[in-house]
Design a protein around this ligand. Sequence first.
Ligand code: FAD
Length: 283
Amino acid sequence: MFDVIIIGSGPAGISAGIYLKRAKKDVLIISNGKSALEKAKKIENYYGIESISGEELYKTGLKQAERLKIPIEIDEVTNITLEEHFTVTTTNRKYEARYVILATGTNRMAPNIKGVKEFEGKGVSYCAICDAFFYRNKNVAVIGNGNYAIHEAKQLKPIAKSVTILTNGKEIVQNRDASDFEVEETPIKEFRGTNSIEEVEFENNNTKKIEGVFIAIGTATSADLAKKIGAVVKNNNVVVNGNMETTVKGLYACGDCTGGLLQVNKAVYEGAVAALEIIKQLD
Ligand SMILES: Cc1cc2nc3c(=O)[nH]c(=O)nc-3n(C[C@H](O)[C@H](O)[C@H](O)COP(=O)(O)OP(=O)(O)OC[C@H]3O[C@@H](n4cnc5c(N)ncnc54)[C@H](O)[C@@H]3O)c2cc1C
C-alpha cells in the first residue's frame, strides 16, 4: 500500500509528488501521459522563466520527478473506491493508498452532438456509477471509444437491459472487454425525444431506441472520479477546502480540476498545499 497515489503528472501532480517524496513518503504517480501544458506553445508568464514551450516545461517536471525517484506508472485511472483505504483502478490493475490526490487537469467536453446539452439530466449523464440505478432494465448507450467508455459500459451492464457503445465515427480501442458490448461506430447525427431521450439517429439515417446516454469520451477526469466516490463537484470543478481536501476525507484535488485560475502557478501552488497537508496527517 502506498502512502499517497497522485493521479496526473502535470504541474499539480508533479508539484505534490516533489513535496511528498522529499518528506520521504511512499508516493506513486499514475498518469496517462498527456498534459494540457503540452498544448501551450509558449509560456511567458511564469515566475523566473522568461519563455519556455509547454512541452519543455512538462518534460522538465517529469525529469525532476525521475531524479527524485518518484515512480510514475503510465496507465489510465478509471475508478476510485474507498473502504478502509482507497483503491485506485486503472485499465491494467488496482492500487491501494491511504491518501489520493486528484490532479488530472480539466478536459471534460460535452460532445458537439445535437440533443446532448438539451437532454442533460433528462437522459444524458456523465457518471455511470452515480446514475445507473435510474436506468435499470432500460436500453442505454455510452458515448466514447476508449478504456473509460468500456469501464462505464461494464458498470451499466448488470443494471441496464442493453448497453451499446457509440463511438461516433471513431474506432473502438482494442480492449479485452470491448467484445462484451454491441459497438456502433457510425457517426451520430442527433439525440431525439420529447421530455427525455428516446432515440439516436445516425448520419446514415438509421435510428436506435435508447433511454439513457452516458458520456465517457477520452479519459476520466478528476470531476468524474470525484463524483464516483461521492465527493462534491460544482460546475465540473472538484470542490475543495483551503487544504485542498475534497468533501471525502483523505481525497485531495489540485490544479485545473478545482477550477478558478487555470494556470501553471496555481496548479503548482495547490499541489504543494495538498502534499503538505497530507504530510502533516501522515506524521
Ligand atoms: C493552449 C494552452 C495554453 C496555455 N498557456 C498557459 C500559459 O501561458 N501560462 C500558464 O500558466 N498556463 C497555461 N496553460 C494552462 C496550463 O497548461 C494548465 O493550467 C496546467 O497544465 C494545469 O496543470 P494540472 O496539473 O492541473 O493539469 P494538466 O497539466 O492537464 O495535467 C493533467 C495530468 O493528468 C493526467 N490524467 C488525466 N486523466 C487521467 C486519468 N484518467 N488517468 C491517469 N492520468 C490522467 C494527464 O496525463 C496529465 O498528466 C495553457 C493551457 C493550454 C491548453
